[in-house]
Write a protein that binds this ligand. Structure first.
Ligand SMILES: [Zn+2]
Length: 307
């Protein structure tokens, strides 16, 4: 068994029960037997009923964030780390990251998801589960990039020049500081975009086995970029097209699993060379959500004792 769902949505449970064999078989073909087994063992250990938030209030409560009602289904991750990444991209502190995955999967979340046209909530769950598979197999998970970002960059957000300029106001930055932050935004944006699209490619491979077609209109199309002039030279933002035009679907999945080594997020900014080097030294400890909560309490108590 590769795919597991322990949430409350009956439609997903029914659809999965009817098609689990076909899906599992496809996962084993795409990932190979060893990885498929690793995913199965990890999901047994990490996914409990508490890992599945079934409505928006549960998501808000769990994260302490005010998510809107039309939030799409998602994979989230709790993270506990005692380090910071300095302005040069180096880790300062203990390089261990404790993390726990959780899903927000609901009817409303499906309606807001990009796969609502399939009329199969399972399609949207498989997409989030594929994010989970990358999160399991990648060292470190690209998903955790948000937490590795430096002050002034929020990689999860789409880049909007006006919002960005507003956020930079009053920070007393030189034009080249601003340009540098923008360049990092662009590279983080590229990472996010590649991760999302590789996940969609995996979706197509898996969902094809149960008759759900994921068209991927962008596949094979030329890249579209927005180019901005800056004091540090041109900054390039990907706006569309295929980041993997010269790779097969199989290669995309393989390269995404080994992303630190195999994906080229080239940048003239040494920050990224340093950051990717630092990430190779990070130790990832994955937990079930309830274990992470207990662990955090223990760590807090220890910190309070001044250890
Ligand atoms: Zn996604």
């Amino acid at each position: 068994m590769v795919i597991e769902y322990r949430g409350r949505l009956q439609e997903i449970r029914r659809d999965l029960d009817a098609h689990r064999d076909a899906i599992d078989q496809r996962y084993t073909e795409v990932l190979g037997y060893e990885r498929a087994r690793k995913v199965y063992e990890a999901s047994e250990r990490l996914l409990t009923p508490e890992s599945f938030l079934g409505d928006i209030d549960e998501l808000r409560q769990a994260t302490g964030s005010d998510f809107p009602h039309d939030t799409a289904n998602k994979l989230g991750a709790g993270v506990h780390a005692d380090f910071v990444i300095d302005e040069h991209g180096y880790i300062k502190g203990n390089p261990t990251v404790h993390t726990a995955p959780f899903f927000y999967i609901s009817e409303a979340g499906f309606e807001a998801s990009s796969y609502r046209h399939t009329n199969r909530p399972l399609a949207s769950y498989v997409h989030e589960y594929n994010h989970f598979i990358f999160y399991l197999l990648q060292e470190p998970p690209l998903y955790l990039m948000d937490f590795f970002a430096v002050d002034g960059i929020t990689p999860g957000k789409t880049f909007h020049l006006d919002i960005f300029m507003k956020e930079m106001e009053g920070r007393n930055l030189s034009p080249s500081d601003v340009a540098n932050i923008m360049k990092r935004y662009a590279v983080f944006g590229m990472m996010k975009d590649s991760h999302e699209r590789a996940t969609e490619i995996l979706d197509r491979q898996i969902l094809g086995s149960i008759g759900i077609d994921i068209p991927l209109e962008w596949r094979g199309k030329n890249r579209i970029y927005m180019i901005m002039r800056s004091p540090l030279g041109n900054i390039v933002f990907p706006m569309g097209g295929d980041p993997f035009a010269s790779s097969t679907d199989e290669e995309v999945v393989e390269n995404m699993i080994g992303w630190v080594e195999s994906l080229d997020f080239r940048s003239s900014d040494p920050y990224f060379t340093n950051l990717l080097g630092s990430l190779k030294g990070v130790r990832i400890r994955r937990h079930a959500v309830n274990h992470l909560e207990e662990l955090e309490k223990r760590l807090e108590r220890r910190n309070k004792r001044g250890n």
